[in-house]
Design a protein around this ligand. Structure first.
Ligand code: SF4
Length: 448
């Protein structure tokens, strides 16, 4: 349970030495309670107090990592029920399912598709995260061979799905260094799976038949020294699985019930045979509150909406995605090329720059810092107005790069044209289109 500022203060040295960057221990305690400071900033705190504070400040849902190297997936670490309270922390991982009794050609095709399916959007690469290998054959050697094949085919994280400890052991022998999620520990095999996971320092997925059983299993695992756990409540109907997600999150956050304080794993792949319906079910778990989603297969038309939904839900609602302000050169502009200006809301930037590129007219694009607000919102907030635009244009030094004095402003800021001509002496202000889609046609009419 989080400590209050006063409770934290009682554990601090109370020397008011200021080495943490604030003048008093009380101020530092208040910052710690608000999540605005890190305990490490105080060099004088005792080891005993450190242990108490770290335990108290641990997130109610333990952050877990799956994988190794560049493609590590971090899930959990959530602190709120609703995104508007603060933000969601770690986007759920999306996994493609590979059964070890599939023909090798099908396995290769799935791994190839998994690697290929990635999308660029607002400067981010959106892609799936994990390959889940299921021991459908019941053959430990085949399971291990498929795990080795997948490991060689991708640098992504893996999930080893089997309730047979011998099969899990065989697969871990070929891919433990990839730190896969070992799924699943059941009430029958937990005594064998726990030492396996501990010896290989891998996270474990519990495979329960109810949330009560899941809580028993996580307790057994922690007693065995395994702390990185992912929970499967066992529900395979949409309604029950959804209820279990909400109950798990609520038990961890509201009731502070540690045995359920772990991210979850969900199986849309086992809830329907219809790929589109499966994607809709998965989208529900993206919103509430899946930690890992295992999909029967991945195709562009089902994956793309999921990764975009995930990106939108897991952006910080208090911090719009923003692009760095400055001059962007598109298509190798020359001194007589057009100069456009827009806001630094990432979506605006990518739409405008994309349309300028489509026009095939080399251009200078000035991206102004509006704190990530779109043109219309920034204008309404008084941040994309003549008084702010003019000093920015001067500061960019664009006047030294072009031979003309014409500036194209977005249609939504048309009312600023007069004020800008007064502020930017010698410049002619042209009002561009409101809609980015009309930029190519507009630029075709450009004359320096
Ligand atoms: Fe207090 Fe530690 Fe900050 Fe010094 S560094 S003022 S002891 S909290």
């Amino acid at each position: 349970m989080p400590l209050t500022g006063i409770e934290i203060f009682k554990l601090l040295p109370k020397t008011n030495c200021g080495e943490c960057g604030v003048p008093t221990c009380l101020a530092f305690a208040m910052n710690l309670a608000a999540g605005k400071a890190e305990l490490a900033k105080c060099p004088k705190v005792s080891e005993e107090a450190k242990a108490k504070l770290q335990e108290a400040s641990a997130p109610p849902i333990r952050p877990i990592t799956v994988g190794a190297g560049k493609r590590v997936l971090k899930v959990g670490g959530e602190t709120v029920m609703f995104r508007h309270e603060k933000r969601f922390e770690n986007p759920p991982g999306i996994a493609i399912l590979i059964k070890d009794n599939m023909p090798d050609a099908e396995i290769d095709a799935r791994v190839g598709r998994f690697n290929k399916l990635q999308f660029e959007r607002v400067g981010l690469t959106l892609r799936p995260d994990l390959v889940a290998i299921k021991n459908e054959s019941g053959d430990a050697a085949r399971f291990a061979a498929v795990a080795a094949k997948v490991k060689a085919g991708t640098d992504a994280g893996m999930i080893l799905m089997s309730t047979d400890a011998a099969a899990l052991d065989a697969a871990l022998k070929v891919c433990a260094d990839r730190k896969p999620l070992v799924y699943g520990a059941t009430k029958d095999n937990v005594d064998k799976v726990a030492p396996l996971a501990k010896a290989n320092a891998c996270p474990v997925g519990v495979k329960a038949s109810s949330l009560d059983e899941a809580a028993d299993l996580t307790t057994k695992l922690t007693q065995a020294g395994v702390n990185d756990i992912v929970i499967d409540s066992g529900a395979r109907t949409v309604r029950k699985a959804f209820e279990d997600q909400v109950i798990t999150r609520s038990a961890a956050l509201v009731k502070k019930f540690r045995p359920l304080g772990y991210p979850t794993i969900t199986f849309p792949c086992e809830m329907t045979n219809d790929p589109m319906k499966e994607a809709v079910i998965a989208s529900m778990f993206v919103a509430k509150y899946g930690g890992i989603l295992v999909m029967s297969d991945l195709q562009g038309e089902t994956l793309f909406p999921l990764v975009v939904e995930r990106m939108n839900i897991y952006t910080d609602p208090q911090r719009p995605l923003a692009t760095t302000a400055g001059i962007y050169e598109i298509g190798g502009p020359k001194p007589d090329s057009p100069v456009l200006i827009t806001s630094n809301f990432s979506l605006t930037y990518f739409i405008v720059s994309g349309e300028v590129e489509n026009s095939k007219i080399p251009s200078w694009l000035l991206v102004m810092d509006t704190e990530g607000l779109s043109v219309m919102t920034a204008w309404a907030a008084g941040r994309f107005v003549a008084d702010a635009i003019a000093p920015f244009v001067k500061k960019t030094g664009i006047a030294d790069k072009v031979s003309h004095r014409k500036l194209i402003i977005p249609g939504y800021a048309a009312v600023e044209a007069g004020g800008l001509e007064e502020e930017l002496t010698g410049w002619q202000i042209l009002v561009g289109p409101r809609d980015g889609a009309h930029i190519p046609a507009y630029l075709k009419t450009w004359k320096p």
